[in-house]
Design a protein around this ligand. Structure first.
Ligand SMILES: [Zn+2]
Length: 259
């Protein structure tokens, strides 16, 4: 699979993605908010956009759909239950379905919590290529999606327990926003002695470009406080209401909302 991660550099620091089949150069555009940039990048690469896929219905993910589709004739794919929130969806998808483009296959995951109808797209990898997860606003580098715009932190916790925490360490993470530096600060606010987070933060201060940094699940287990629910410092920092992983996760999400 060919992957082009495109930073939009807007206020919300959205990422959009082009994923292409190596054989046919047919491509899927994920959440192509900046439509002109998306179309230009595809043209420069010689890729043909056949599908637009939305991870969820928030405007900063669907706002570029119409012009991309008008220009390419692409099919619009989204969560089956987001079809009344996203105009002109051609195909509603559910958990376990396959999204195909040329020889490329992605598995649809149903990952509610940030919104109640949110999909992630999973690439299972090959001998030569690590797996990859295109996770919209479910999982960020060193953070998770907020739940106060139509979501539910308890549902998001269940999504993580059932679908995100069990992923293999080598699954690469391609989120819907570049929030890593703020998120690392939040991790360190909760767990000041987290050496992996301290080391990564130092690299960003030195010369690591956040837009070229690709995390994976193994790294997230170290630097993402939402993966560290049984850490004593993290749990005690939530207070006496944090009895277990679930209440710790929900407590962290509430703290992060107002942080
Ligand atoms: Zn969103």
């Amino acid at each position: 699979m060919l992957i082009k991660q495109i930073p939009i550099r807007n206020n919300l620091r959205n990422y959009m993605y082009l994923l292409a089949c190596e054989q046919t150069l047919e491509a899927i555009a994920i959440d192509p908010l900046n439509h002109s940039l998306c179309l230009k990048v595809a043209q420069d690469l010689g890729w043909t956009i056949k599908t637009v896929a939305n991870t969820h219905h928030h405007h900063d993910h669907i706002g570029g759909n119409a012009p991309v589709i008008e220009s390419t004739g692409a099919e619009l794919v989204a969560h089956a239950e987001a079809m009344n929130a996203i105009p002109n969806v051609d195909r509603g998808v559910q958990a376990g379905e396959s999204l195909r483009c040329g020889e490329l296959h992605l598995k649809v995951m149903d990952t509610p919590g940030h919104t109640m109808s949110h999909i992630c797209l999973y690439f299972s990898g090959s001998d030569a290529e690590k797996p990859a997860l295109f996770c919209g606003d479910t999982l960020f580098n060193a953070g998770v999606g907020r739940c106060d715009f139509g979501g539910d932190p308890e549902v998001l916790y269940n999504t993580f327990v059932e679908q995100i925490f069990p992923l293999a360490d080598d699954v690469r993470i391609f989120p819907g926003h570049d929030y890593i530096q703020n998120n690392l600060e939040f991790t360190l606010d909760r767990e000041p002695d987290n050496q992996a987070a301290i080391d990564l933060q130092k690299k960003f201060v030195q010369d690591l470009d956040p837009e070229s940094f690709v995390s994976n699940i193994g790294i997230e287990r170290e630097i993402n406080v939402f993966f560290r629910l049984d850490n004593t410092l993290v749990r005690e920092g939530i207070g006496p209401n944090a009895r277990d992983d679930k209440s710790t996760f929900i407590g962290l999400r509430h703290l992060r909302d107002n942080w």
